[in-house]
Design a protein around this ligand. Structure first.
Ligand code: GLY
Ligand code: MN
Ligand code: MN
Length: 536
């Protein structure tokens, strides 16, 4: 990697003595500081080529999403940061990924746009964007001119280092949102904030610097505890007004941007289909590469890198760290070290998802026989998990509750474990809240919402998530499993070291559901036939 030392004038022995630690990074290289160099490097460039910026395909949908958020917060200024670049080590950063709420509300994906902040400014209800109660503005750090130091010297933002950034006009064309320089953010946030005026709310967890700025503005305006007024309320008033007070907290905004994604719009569903299709192609690549995995001392890495290379080629990247778990590693739920051997005769559990450029991700698991054929006991466990998944699919329809999906899977799991003589109590006792012994072999849940985050909508209220009612447009996983650890003395030896999970991505439709990942075989014999076909 090219040395990204901030460029500083050459140190003399005298100044080095007083140099503080933060500046030491400049000791390994020198930047020319002469006027002649500055004049030369900032001149002699051809006019900038016009970028071919088109409106983002998501733009018509993001306007509706912002309007829905606006309706929940009349009179509040809503601050949605993309987030900053994050340090990986010393002075090198991770590849940028915007916060999911920012991506959802702007349509931006891939690595766009570090330090940008979407602000929904409150206006007279009905006079805002699309007749809403807010006007959206995107504050961005635009492309610096070529006669600036940033152009050639700024290793985080400079065109010489990270490429051409978009101009304000390009941002507005792409997103359909007014774009302004991020230097205007402070004044724009502070306008009319104060008691009886505008309330300032920020999506917490995205950008500490923006949160600190919001805190400082609140403190200056005498609004540093926006929830304080609830302490003054009588009990009779409390219920009605507590909700209104809560709606003026950052927590309520975080909850709202999460709940806004519970039901996907048509563009989101299309993106999910693309993510799932790319993921299925990645699984096929892995099957073709399994013989190489068996030969390599870290065969799990062959699987991981095969899938991850495919994800980078066909999408943005993986939606989460790939789990490539061979043999007993499959009983470790989030095995991502992936440094084990892959042995014939064993199973390999691959849990992986391609995140497409819009940042929507699939989340799919198949548990494959390394040599293409399940043993009798592997097949028995596999079939139980598949039956649990099918039972879950059968109830995942509009009007059912989210928790019913898990319950249906657990009934099958408990029944099979009872049948095999593994449960210390009856299946019925195990299924009761006081029992739950069957969960020893499946400690995770059966489903989670899926979208921009692999565990999407995580800040939604329980009544809308676990206790929520399924609606067309919801997308979630169905992923039962059974995991028998190698040292589990409560199960017969033949089960020990077997871990099976089958995970599909489900779209609730008007009259039932659609398995978005149905093109990836699920039944044991179909998996075997599919593997034979890919490896012939
Ligand atoms: N891959 C994480 C999960 O299945 O939830
Ligand atoms: Mn999952
Ligand atoms: Mn998964």
């Amino acid at each position: 990697m090219t040395d990204a030392t901030p460029v500083t004038p050459e140190q003399t022995p005298d100044t080095q003595e007083a140099q503080d630690l933060a500046a030491r990074g400049s000791n390994r290289s020198q930047r020319p500081d002469s006027d002649a160099f500055k004049a030369f490097i900032t001149s002699g460039w051809a006019p900038r080529a016009q970028l071919d910026v088109e409106p983002l395909p998501a733009a018509p949908f993001t306007a509706a999403r912002r309007a829905a958020l606006s309706a929940r917060f009349p009179g509040s200024r809503l601050v949605v940061p993309a987030g900053p670049l994050k340090t990986r080590s010393n002075d090198t950063d991770y590849r940028f990924r915007p916060h999911s709420a920012f991506a959802h509300l702007t349509g931006y994906g891939t690595d766009q746009e570090p330090d940008a902040v979407l602000v929904l400014h409150p206006v007279e209800p009905g006079t805002g964007d699309g007749g809403s109660a807010h006007h959206a503005v995107l504050y961005v750090r635009p492309l610096a001119a070529r006669d600036t130091e940033e152009f050639y010297a700024d290793s985080r933002y400079g065109e010489f280092w990270v490429g051409v950034r978009t101009s304000l006009d390009d941002v507005a064309t792409a997103t359909g949102v007014e774009a302004r320089h991020v230097d205007e953010l402070r004044d724009a946030l502070a306008k009319d904030v104060g008691p009886g005026g505008v309330t300032l709310l920020v999506v917490a967890g995205a950008d500490e610097a923006v949160e600190a700025l919001v805190e400082a503005i609140r403190a200056e305006a005498g609004l540093d505890d926006v929830a304080e007024e609830t302490q003054e309320l009588t009990e009779a008033e409390w219920l009605a007004r507590a909700e209104a007070a809560y709606r003026r907290t950052d927590a309520a905004l975080v909850e709202a941007v999460s709940e806004l994604r519970l039901v996907k719009d048509a563009h989101e569903v299309e993106q999910m289909r693309e993510a799932v299709d790319a993921t299925i192609a990645g699984f096929e690549e892995v099957v073709r590469n399994l013989p190489r995995a068996v030969e390599h001392r870290r065969g799990e890495r062959v699987i991981e890198t095969t899938f991850d290379a495919h994800a980078r080629l066909e999408g943005n990247t993986v939606g989460y760290e790939t789990i490539a778990a061979a043999g007993e590693h499959a009983t470790t739920l989030h095995w991502i070290r992936n440094d084990g051997v892959v042995r014939t005769g064993e199973l390999v559990l691959l849990d992986a998802g391609v995140e497409v450029d819009s940042l929507y991700t699939a989340d799919v698991t198949r548990t494959l026989p390394v040599d293409g054929e399940y043993t009798e006991v592997q097949r028995r466990v596999y079939q139980a998990v598949l039956d649990a998944a099918d039972a879950a699919f059968a109830v995942a329809v509009p009007g059912a509750r989210f928790r019913d999906v898990h319950a249906a899977a657990m009934e099958v799991v408990a029944a099979r474990l009872e049948e095999w003589g593994l449960l210390p109590v009856s299946a019925a006792e195990s299924l009761s809240p006081e029992g739950q012994q069957h969960r020893r072999w499946m400690v995770h849940g059966t489903s989670h919402h899926l979208g921009l985050d692999v565990h999407d909508c995580a800040q939604a209220r329980r009544e809308l998530y676990l206790d929520g009612v399924l609606e067309p447009g919801m997308v979630f996983t169905i992923e039962p499993g059974l995991y028998f650890k190698a040292d589990d003395l409560t199960v017969p030896e033949e089960y020990r070291g077997i871990g099976v999970r089958i995970e599909d991505d489900v779209l609730v439709t008007a009259d039932g559901n659609e398995n978005l990942s149905a093109a990836l075989p699920r039944r044991a014999e179909d998996v075997e036939a599919w593997m034979r076909r890919l490896r012939d």
